[in-house]
Ligand binder design. Structure first.
Ligand SMILES: [Zn+2]
Length: 347
């Protein structure tokens, strides 16, 4: 599907539910902050920065993909920089008519400059709120614990996330290298998050088999699954998720770059859609994967040969799967339905 002004994917309101703040910076912002703060990134222009950040594809691996975050996190260590990056993310999303987003990050990676975890979350909140006021795009936070880091740190992050719910923190997530780092180790952190009223999502079935998804659902009580590309290898578990309409956050280009899928054409998203799974297409990392949400949606629509009504259903699921209150979800869905009806009437 070609990109043009009448492209329904560009025109319709969209939600991005799986979006890493520290993987979705503007390239020129990375360079500007590095220059003003005297940070040596071994690159002074956008082309060489993109070369450093672009995931090596031979062979692709999640561990190698995650190396880019050493670079991006280096320029996210001050309140001013974090706030700017959060605000710009909302502006960039709004520019492609994303009207709701959930930005996720691990605050512990952004405390090397002396900020506390709470100060990092507050700086992100300030940036997202500024972006929201300027664009009308609603932006919320998901706090990530990392699988390979200290378990106590995960519990502290969950406590901080709960304490800052009033600043737009809606959910808790588990990210980082998957194989060899069991989700179950973080059971206590997820108990704290759930007891504190947060939603939960877990990166699972991306670099490990469906047992990892099982553990995320049954041990951590995940409300959504991030990636879940190996779910198709366990038909019983897939049926279990489909019966409950539990959303799967699918990030096609990122999955190819990490080796979780051989190509977008052969991505399991097609099987998931055919079976009626609650698929939500997301970007993962706008900078590191070099994608937009419109790009990802077009790629899926093309690979799965979706018509306009099916595209509408796919986009609608982004709003119905949002970690918001029932009233907010109804409003987001009503806005989407009105935009879709208007597009249909004009097409
Ligand atoms: Zn992710």
């Amino acid at each position: 599907m070609a990109s043009h002004p009448h492209d329904p994917i560009l025109r319709l309101p969209k939600a991005d539910l799986h979006l890493h703040l520290d993987g979705s910076l503007r390239a020129d912002t990375v360079l500007q902050i590095a220059a003003s703060e005297g940070i040596d990134l071994a690159s002074r222009d956008e082309a060489s920065l993109r070369t450093i950040l672009s995931p090596p594809l031979d062979p692709p691996s999640l561990e190698r993909y995650l190396k880019a975050f050493d670079v991006t996190c280096a320029v996210m260590q001050t309140r001013h920089a974090i706030r700017r990056i959060a605000r710009e993310l909302v502006e960039d999303c709004a520019a492609e008519n994303i009207t709701y987003l959930e930005a996720r990050f691990c605050p512990s990676l952004l405390t090397l400059g002396g900020l506390s975890v709470a100060e990092v979350i507050e700086a992100v909140a300030e940036g997202l709120e500024e972006g929201e006021r300027a664009t009308g795009t609603m932006a919320r936070q998901i706090i990530c614990a990392l699988r390979h880091r200290d378990l106590h740190e995960g519990v502290e992050l969950a406590e901080a996330a709960v304490a800052l719910r009033s600043r737009g923190v809606v959910a808790f997530d588990l990210a980082g290298p998957e194989a060899g780092f069991a989700a179950a180790w973080h059971e206590e952190a997820f108990r704290v998050a759930r007891r504190g009223g947060l939603w939960t999502t877990v990166h699972a079935g991306e670099a490990d088999g469906p047992d990892s998804i099982y553990e995320a659902l049954h041990t951590l009580g995940a409300d959504r699954i991030g990636h879940g590309t190996t779910l198709v290898n366990d038909p019983a578990l897939m049926a279990w998720m489909i019966d409950r309409q539990l959303p799967i956050e699918v990030c096609p280009t990122s999955n190819v770059q990490t080796g979780a899928a051989p190509s977008i054409e052969r991505h399991p998203v097609r099987s998931l859609l055919e079976r009626g799974a609650t698929v939500v297409v997301c970007t993962d990392n706008r900078l590191v994967s070099d994608v937009t949400l419109s790009h990802e949606l077009r790629a899926v629509a093309s690979a799965a040969q979706l018509g306009l009504d099916e595209i509408g259903l796919l986009l609608r699921r982004g709003f119905s799967s949002a970690f918001v209150s029932l009233d907010e979800r109804r409003r987001l869905l009503a806005d989407f339905d009105a935009a879709f009806a208007s597009l249909r009437a004009g097409s």
